[in-house]
Ligand binder design. Sequence first.
Ligand code: NAP
Ligand code: MG
Length: 502
Amino acid sequence: MDLSDIHHLLSERASAFLQRGTHDLFIDGQWSAAHSGQRLTTVNPASEAVIAQVANACPQDVDRAVRAAHRAFHEGPWGRMRPVDRERLMLRLADLIETHAQALAEVESLDNGKSAAIARAVDLNMAIDSLRYMAGWATKIDGLTREHNVPFAPDAQMFTYTRREPVGVVAAVVPWNFPLLMALWKIGPALAAGCTIVLKPAEQTPLTALMLAELVQEAGFPPGVVNVITGDGPGTGAPLVSHPLVNKVSFTGSTEVGKLIGHACMDNMTRVTLELGGKSPVIVLDDCDPATAAAGAANAIFFNHGQVCCAGSRLYVHKKMFDRVVADVADHAAKLTLGHGLDPGAQMGPLVSQEQMERVCGYIDIGRSQGAEVVTGGGRAGQRGYFVQPTVLTGVQPDHRVAREEIFGPVLVAMPYDDLDEVAARANDTPFGLGASIWSNNLSKVHRLIPKIQAGTVWVNCHSTLDPGMPFGGYKQSGFGRDLGRAALDSYLETKSVFIQL
Ligand code: NAP
Ligand code: MG
């Protein structure tokens, strides 16, 4: 499908946005081209057609955006605004996102490849709820008053209290798998805390961040509170995260880039939250109904085409029902309908880019070359668009690359195990620790397993379930800090201790 073929399928706002063709940077409440005049193109991964051109921000643009955020934080009305007024603006933005949710889902689908219907139901609903959840925190940021306990001034009259203060200018760098949702996971707590933001979406999926910027404008946020700059990692992301006026970086993406960003932040003592990769285990205990386990395991890996940081990419099934569960998962995989994200019948779309398709297919080949057996799938689907067949591999040893490295595609590695201690050890035998699911109704075994699993989230009889109030983040090399919940809000606040001798 070409862009001209699909306009009739789109809502008015999505169509009008796309018809503009080229998009500028949103800095200090205004739209402007990149200083260099350079642009990047973004494609629809289902058709490989170019859908838009966006500005490629260079270090001068980054500096302008950070300075706008710095001014908005220190000088503008935002810093003086009552928390309840911040909350009202955030709720207005959430309402606007809801009003235009269908258009945002359509553009997300075209830019990323995912199903528009699923984007509307999952990405948009979660984005709206997360923003509303965080808006509620704006009026509930409290310090403490304490009786003083100063050891060397026992007789002093002293008033001691703590203040929670916004950390300042936030740089948010987000990936392409849930573009708008990841942006709002960062923007929500930052705004609730009273921070200002410069957001850089991934170069593959810049469009919904730009639509969001329009809604920020419509909601009436003061200029410079939210800035959106498009560009690539080295040219835009790197100068942004190392800018000396940035007080906090919030990043979601690969562990490799997360480490680079962590180092850059340390140089300036910039606060940092890193939401990184995973290789999350799905653990099926011997009491579980095989059909339930198979349906759950299939969803855990194939949702969002496996491009999920907490995707259940390693399946451990008790040996007594390994063959049955694997056969059922393979059956689910083989029945998935691949198609264009705007096709309501499509259950799985293409991967985000040619690079990602080649990476994922490369991993399937590596699996084969190390001795894996392809139960279903096994490579690219079709000749046009970046589609990859949902794939299940068996015969994989724990040290094989497909069992250890994040593939970030619809590729499941299934392995049998014998007993509970063994499966706990194998589940933890990875540098990652983002999520894990356990499939069982044996309470005793489930509760014995939960404390042993080294992961930021453990699901029981579900996988990848999220709630705006439940912290999400990684143990080990899956990251540093948490998104969502009060834990996320706290990471956008400093604590100031005040001593007043009376
Ligand atoms: P990535 O390289 O980590 O990109 C994530 C974000 O960081 C993008 O906005 C990217 O910009 C930016 N970035 C890249 N290099 C940077 C730098 N030196 N300084 C500052 N920002 C930088 O992820 P990717 O290339 O999109 O995907 C590669 C792999 O990462 C995937 O295959 C997967 O394993 C993992 N991944 C994980 C998650 C997750 O949620 N945990 C999400 C996406 C990807 P540009 O994209 O514009 O270069
Ligand atoms: Mg794209």
